[in-house]
Ligand binder design. Structure first.
Ligand SMILES: [Zn+2]
Length: 103
């Protein structure tokens, strides 16, 4: 089993870096993680077609708590229900970032 070794939050770049014990590292935007929140309410909203969840692009991570098999992430918009399992985090990548709308 691949184990998450290190989580670090960059408040200025608004990224979260995950380092795994197979030497793989990911850097994910806070807004992406908020948009992909796996809690029941957010999953329901996405299934209902609200893909963006009205995530403010300046949303930031304020706290990360290890949960054994995943991490619980608290965001600056007050949302902290999401527990992100390791297996789910591994599937997230920059290529899955929400598309930017043309101005
Ligand atoms: Zn959520």
């Amino acid at each position: 089993m691949i184990v998450l070794q290190r989580v670090s939050v960059d408040g200025r770049a608004r990224t979260l870096t995950l380092e795994w014990d197979d030497a793989y590292a990911q850097t994910l935007a806070h807004a992406l993680l908020r948009a992909q929140c796996p809690c029941a309410a957010c999953r329901r909203a996405r299934l209902a077609g609200d893909r963006t969840l009205h995530v403010p692009q300046d949303v930031a991570i304020v706290d990360v708590q290890p949960m054994g098999y995943g991490v619980q992430i608290a965001f600056s918009d007050g949302h902290a229900q999401g527990i992100y399992p390791w297996t789910f985090l591994r599937t997230l990548d920059a290529k899955n970032a929400p598309e930017k709308r043309p101005a």
